[in-house]
Design a protein around this ligand. Structure first.
Ligand code: NAD
Ligand code: WQD
Length: 333
């Protein structure tokens, strides 16, 4: 059985669907801070299987021990974290407590029970302002610009140290680029709290009339059209990357790092255009000043994941937009 922390969240729920679809047993734990239990019913609607769900917090050691005592867990896929970059600057203690202490707690409970297989949700944010583009896994970790990014850097280091000290651990560190889209059923997707920080959820809210206008943060970046360029990846492709990582580490020891992106970069203006084409909606926008901490551009070199995991993102930007829009429309019903 596989324990999925944060499994009712955006990426976690899509990963649960993919795992269940190939017949794996999963148990989800989530404190529902940024998600809803309704997602469990939605997973059932999509897959015909209701995953075990237990509400609880990864910082609660007694809770974790009780989970590991009750269920025959062999591997943990660890999504649970706080992820709002701006909020992390204002609330560093909350972010370090939730992300770093929560992960340490989980690793300690796993260690005590001799369960040493772990997949970790890291982020391209660890590269900071990248030294090379496309970014390979050998690109040095950059200077983290916010507590959220720093929490990912710290956990990666903890995992590397753990694998060095105890060769029985099997660890996959997955560095996601910019996950967007939603399940093609329109039943699960991203549920940002309040006003979204990320580009796609903001665009879909503007298109559905819930927000008046998109602010494009800067048009004088050193990029193809002056706006920021990122590697957007469909969340279902990302979820499938977890299946491949699971398969790879289940019979191997060591600590492995893979980028999960598409290898293609799109500018903010290109994304607006792609969304408008796919959704047939207008997205009013205005150019605003740059957002603090944003880099010009980044996209992944995915050759390592392709070679070692036999994984490649399949869904194109049009599909990402169509699926994001379908999800947003279903939210408004
Ligand atoms: P999300 O907020 O949708 O999902 C995270 C889930 O974890 C939520 O359901 C939340 O309720 C839960 N959670 C948070 N703290 C918890 C705790 N202490 N105990 C139990 N549950 C807790 O976020 P997501 O976009 O699905 O991100 C999943 C992971 O991927 C996170 O680790 C995030 O940092 C990482 N990541 C996300 C992105 C992105 O852009 N979405 C990019 C790179 C990395
Ligand atoms: C994308 C582009 C913005 C909003 C963040 C985190 C990163 C990772 C993914 C977790 C940039 C521009 C955005 C808006 C805009 N998360 N933009 N107007 O910043 O690449 O990455 O999410 O690990 O850690 O930092 O994603 O979607 O916020 O921005 O013009 O209202 O869109 O400037 O160029 P980002 P994003």
């Amino acid at each position: 059985m596989i324990l999925i922390t944060g499994g009712t969240g955006f990426i976690g729920s899509h990963t649960v669907v993919e795992f269940i679809t190939i017949g794996l047993d999963v148990i989800i734990i989530d404190n529902l801070y940024n998600s809803s239990q309704v997602i469990i019913d939605r997973i059932y609607e999509i897959t015909g299987t209701k995953p075990i769900f237990v509400k609880g917090d990864i910082r609660d050691k007694a809770f974790l021990i009780s989970i590991f005592e009750q269920y025959p867990i062999e591997m943990v896929i660890h999504f649970a974290a706080l992820k709002a970059v701006g909020e992390s600057v204002l609330k560093p203690l909350e972010y370090y407590d939730n992300n770093v202490s929560g992960t340490l707690n989980l690793l300690n409970v796993m260690y005590d029970r001799g369960i040493k297989k772990f997949v970790f949700s890291s982020s391209a944010t660890v590269y900071g302002n990248p030294h090379e583009i496309p970014i390979t896994e050998n690109c040095p970790i950059g200077t983290p610009i916010n507590p959220y990014g720093q929490s990912k850097v710290i956990i990666e280091k903890i995992l590397q140290d753990l694998s060095f000290a105890d060769k029985e651990w099997s660890i996959a560190i997955l560095r996601y680029f910019n996950p967007i889209g939603a399940h093609e059923s329109g039943l699960i997707g991203e549920l940002p709290n309040g006003i979204p920080n990320n580009l796609l959820p903001y665009i879909t809210k503007v298109a559905s009339g819930k927000l008046p206008k998109l602010s494009v943060f800067g048009n004088d970046y050193n990029t193809k059209d002056g706006t920021g360029v990122r590697d957007y990846i469909h969340v279902v492709d990302l979820a499938n990357g977890h299946l491949k990582a699971y398969d790879y580490i289940k019979d191997k020891n060591g600590c492995y790092v893979w980028n999960l992106g598409t290898g293609k970069g799109y500018s903010v203006l290109e994304i607006i255009k792609a969304f408008e084409t796919a959704s047939k909606q207008k997205v009013p926008f205005q150019i605003k000043s740059k957002r603090a901490g944003d880099i010009d551009e980044c996209w992944a070199d995915c050759a390592k994941a392709q070679k070692e995991l036999n994984w490649q993102a399949k869904r194109d930007i049009y599909t990402m937009m169509v699926d994001s829009w379908r999800w947003q429309c279903n939210q408004s019903k």
